[in-house]
Design a protein around this ligand. Structure first.
Ligand SMILES: Nc1ncnc2c1ncn2[C@@H]1O[C@H](COP(=O)(O)OP(=O)(O)OP(=O)(O)O)[C@@H](O)[C@H]1O
Ligand SMILES: [Mg+2]
Length: 274
């Protein structure tokens, strides 16, 4: 019996090729790797590349709204009509025609109590909690006109969280339980989720552990030992991806002003866009 092809969300051209067309829609993918390997750059390229085709919610725990827009601009991607949730909540902007809402969790410091109260939940003691993340994402879905009263998500959306590590940095033992909880609330056929997770070089697996088990896909990025090879050599591998066949070898890549460029002739012929 022929099966229907799996609908995809595009990433960057060469990674789409490795994924047989992109990330299967409705799945959760975790991008893991140590500091500076290119996780944030990859998520920004994915957001910029999808902006014209689907609404995007981009959560950052690492940089400001302005820096996300600026970093995208350095790669020739215009996030011009993106708005920040902070600006929406403080009345400085509205989602209007925008297709992208950036949630900068640190800037929400003053608003998070309000957000949670709106959700009827208990008040967390700090902005950087899974409850605030969930409430902020559902508020952004609402602003984008994608949420029904019963909580159903009415249209396709790409949710990117860069990074999850900060949510359990002080309680790594809870990473798994928190990941399961989050998966239950952020899961559906219309919802494609990409999260980054930082491997602490000294403790290897610990921070990524919870998320990797609940994720449908894992894209791992790493660097060769810079002291041994005396240069930055970056690699990427698809460790798992449910619902699709995928390339199974590691691919070396560079980050340049053109984006993330593979050093693999069979993938490198692909046009990287701007
Ligand atoms: N505009 C740019 N042009 C060229 N290279 C860039 C540019 N922006 C970032 N880079 C490269 O990407 C690296 C940072 O990558 P990125 O911020 O994505 O890392 P990360 O994996 O998110 O790290 P962390 O876990 O610390 O957040 C920089 O060290 C630099 O080498
Ligand atoms: Mg980063």
């Amino acid at each position: 019996m022929a099966t229907a092809p799996v609908a995809r969300v595009r990433t960057v051209d060469w990674l789409d090729k490795m994924l047989n067309g992109g990330l299967p829609k409705g799945t959760w993918t975790v991008i893991t790797g140590g500091p500076g390997v290119g996780k944030s750059v990859l998520t920004i390229l994915i957001a910029g590349g999808n902006l014209k085709t689907m609404p995007i919610i981009y959560v950052t725990t690492e940089s400001s709204f302005r820096d996300v827009v600026r970093q995208a601009g350095l790669f020739g991607l215009d996030l011009g009509n993106a708005v920040s949730l902070h600006d929406i909540l403080t009345g400085k902007a509205n989602a209007g025609e925008s297709n992208m809402i950036v949630i900068d969790l640190f800037s929400l410091y003053r608003q998070y109590r309000e957000l949670i109260r709106g959700e009827g939940g208990r008040k967390p003691s700090r902005a950087l909690s899974i409850e605030v993340l969930k409430s902020a994402v559902s508020r952004a879905l609402e602003e984008l006109g994608l949420l029904e009263g019963n909580g159903r998500i009415t249209g396709e959306v790409l949710v990117i969280v860069d990074s999850m590590t900060a949510f359990w940095a002080d309680k790594p033992a809870l990473a798994r339980a928190l990941s399961y909880g989050l998966r239950q609330s952020l899961y559906g056929p219309n919802l494609t989720v990409i999260m980054t997770s930082q491997y602490a070089p000294t403790t290897a697996m610990s921070f990524g552990f919870g998320l990797e088990h609940v994720a449908d896909g894992i894209i791992h990025m790493w660097m060769d030992d810079v002291e041994a090879v005396k240069e930055v050599r970056r690699w990427l591998i698809i460790k798992k991806m449910r619902l699709t066949n995928h390339y199974s070898k590691a691919v070396r890549f560079n980050i340049t002003e053109k984006g993330i460029i593979p050093l693999e002739p069979s993938l490198g012929e692909v046009n990287q866009g701007p």
